[in-house]
Design a protein around this ligand. Sequence first.
Ligand SMILES: NC(=O)c1ccc[n+]([C@@H]2O[C@H](COP(=O)([O-])OP(=O)(O)OC[C@H]3O[C@@H](n4cnc5c(N)ncnc54)[C@H](O)[C@@H]3O)[C@@H](O)[C@H]2O)c1
Ligand SMILES: O=C(O)C(=O)C[C@@H](O)[C@H](O)[C@H](O)COP(=O)(O)O
Ligand SMILES: [Zn+2]
Length: 366
Amino acid sequence: MMKRIFIELQERSYFVYIAHGILKDTKFRWKLKKGDVAVLITDIQVAPLYLKRICNTLNSFGVITDRLVLPVGEQSKSLSVLDQIFTKLLNKNYDRNIVLIALGGGVIGDLTGFAAATYHRGIRLIQVPTTLLAQVDASVGGKTGINHVLGKNMIGAFYQPVEVIIDLDCLFTLSMKEFSAGLAEVIKYAVAFDASFFNWLENNLDDLLKFHPQSLMYCVYRCCKLKASIVSLDEREIQIGKRSLLNLGHTYGHAIESYFSYTGWSHGEAISVGIVMAVNAALHLQKFLSTRDAMRIKLLLERAHLPVHGPQEMQSKDYLRYMARDKKSRLGKINLVLPVSIGRARVFLNIDQNVILNSIEYNLIK
Ligand SMILES: NC(=O)c1ccc[n+]([C@@H]2O[C@H](COP(=O)([O-])OP(=O)(O)OC[C@H]3O[C@@H](n4cnc5c(N)ncnc54)[C@H](O)[C@@H]3O)[C@@H](O)[C@H]2O)c1
Ligand SMILES: O=C(O)C(=O)C[C@@H](O)[C@H](O)[C@H](O)COP(=O)(O)O
Ligand SMILES: [Zn+2]
């Protein structure tokens, strides 16, 4: 069974397709035609698993395929690896009619998306996400970019794909660690937007962790639906309190990733800790969140095998240094997305430094 979600963005609208086995389905029609040139960008871990499968399918439609296989890991979201993509495209004299296909996790998606946004001032992009994290979040909505030594995702563009093709079968080859990383964003959606999805996760997490096909479909579909509605309302994160709510846990989490120079802590792991710190900040501020709901959030993260304590190496001042550069900050003041109940989050402006320090240092979730 295939599900389809429409991302409503005027002339930049597109569909997200979700199915088991879609990459080898020769009946499924991609937004490509005979004679099109598609350059697949992937990494060395994903290439042996899925590159041949997707090329065979595309070649069977008469699409000409080329490929570039990059190193794995967050450190590939860099200017030097971006330059490798441009060099490949320029060496081949590729014109503005080519299509870039991002085949991989969020790293490949963000990097390839930014290359597509900037090569010849913009060429077509198709996202084919292969991690849970990329399927539920990174491939949808058009945030693309790379990291800087001074901060995460600091250089980038909003650039929408022409379609997103999600093959749930790709999840079967993921390690448990990478699957759990994706669950951090899944739990983020539930905490920030959807109490009944949170209940569903509490009841179905064990099935998800066993890669139960119907549970995977429901989970990915529900997250993409939530993202679709938020992105349609506020594509470029202009209205504080709309798209910015997708940033729950990210102000803290990005500080962790940046501090470790994008090695060691994965995005999902850092976001898990960031959600716990945001919950703590909400408790410190006494802004509606009950201690029972705080406990439920922490427990769900733990059950998903995610970390709930920050790295011992980091001190509060290390967090503050990076948090001040967060894209939601204005005039040096830190603004945080905090849960006010399960299923509802809000942006709190100009958070007092003591509240932030307490949220990092003192755990109120008992
Ligand atoms: N643009 C957005 O809206 C958005 C949203 C969330 C996260 N992100 C970004 O996404 C990135 C994290 O993405 P990620 O967690 O997917 O990490 P990732 O892209 O580094 O992938 C994790 C690992 O899984 C491997 N892998 C990918 N698919 C696989 C498969 N099917 N089977 C086996 N191994 C596979 C990869 O090779 C890699 O080693 C971060 O840079 C984060 O900032 C972006
Ligand atoms: O799509 C969004 O908007 C998000 O914030 C999703 C986040 O999960 C994602 O990690 C995003 O890349 C963070 O964006 P940033 O603007 O804080 O860099
Ligand atoms: Zn994220």
